[in-house]
Design a protein around this ligand. Structure first.
Ligand SMILES: CC(C)(COP(=O)(O)OP(=O)(O)OC[C@H]1O[C@@H](n2cnc3c(N)ncnc32)[C@H](O)[C@@H]1OP(=O)(O)O)[C@@H](O)C(=O)NCCC(=O)NCCS
Length: 218
């Protein structure tokens, strides 16, 4: 499902089932040992997906540990992202020479809780989503915008190691499945020099988004 919105250089592994928690590598287990079972299962399953992705890239399996903010630490030369929600888990990985940053996100097809859309969107985005709701009422555009921002956050964090505010970016959601955006704050060279793209899909009750950056000139 996410594969349809990402370039062929990105390997996507998705599942609707869960992998046993004992498939975690020992160092990964330490990270999650005291969490509720559901959390352990999603944590184990996305890592299982990620290792399958590494294998398809022709790379050896590896532990996917986390930094102090919870972001995945990928093997050298790999760029990746993971997402999970009820009934769906996915990992996407690519060679760092092809893709410099990557974020994926999945959300259930349902409207955001009251007040959330106003908090995560700027005036231009609110105007756009109002129009899109009229033009294409079958899509949960507010949730799609939220998901796009989650995907961008993951890609941004991978490149910068810093956070990004919801109002630091202005998204344009296209009805043909593309996502564009403009940063509304100064960004480091590593961000401005990359070529950014994004895509979305709605499938099997899920809103799926991906944002990725390729090296400039590629
Ligand atoms: C970190 C965050 C993006 C995770 O998204 P989520 O929708 O809550 O959860 P998902 O299931 O989609 O993704 C969870 C996975 O994201 C990854 N992740 C966590 N923190 C991350 C970070 N800082 N950077 C990249 N990936 C991260 C992890 O792999 C995590 O799964 P795991 O803990 O099982 O390994 C979210 O919690 C968050 O902080 N959002 C607010 C920031 C934001 O979106 N700002 C707006 C930017 S325009």
């Amino acid at each position: 499902m996410l594969k349809t919105v990402l370039p062929p250089s990105v390997i996507v592994v998705e599942t609707t089932g869960d992998t046993p928690v004992d498939t975690l590598w020992p160092d990964e287990t330490h990270d999650i040992a005291s969490a509720p079972v559901e959390r352990q299962l999603e944590f184990a399953t996305v890592r299982h997906c990620a290792r399958e992705g590494l294998q398809r890239l022709g790379l050896p399996p590896a532990a996917i540990l986390r930094d102090r903010f919870g972001a995945p630490l990928w093997p050298s030369g790999v760029v990746g992202s993971m997402t999970h929600c009820r009934g769906f888990r996915a990992a996407a990985v690519a060679h760092a020479g092809d893709i410099t940053a990557l974020g994926i996100d999945a959300q259930p097809v349902k409207a955001l809780p009251p007040g959330v859309f106003a908090r995560i969107s700027g005036p231009g985005e609110q105007e756009l989503v109002t129009q899109l709701k009229t033009d294409e009422p079958g899509i949960v555009w507010d949730t799609l915008l939220f998901s796009a921002k989650e995907s961008l956050y993951k890609a941004w964090y991978h490149l910068t190691g810093t956070g990004l505010g919801f109002l630091d970016v202005d998204f344009h959601l296209h009805t043909d499945g593309r996502l564009d955006f403009t940063f509304l704050r100064p960004v480091p060279d590593i961000v401005s020099s990359a070529q950014w793209q994004g895509g979305w899909s709605v499938d099997s009750g899920l809103v799926l988004t991906a944002i990725w950056a390729t090296p400039s000139g590629s």
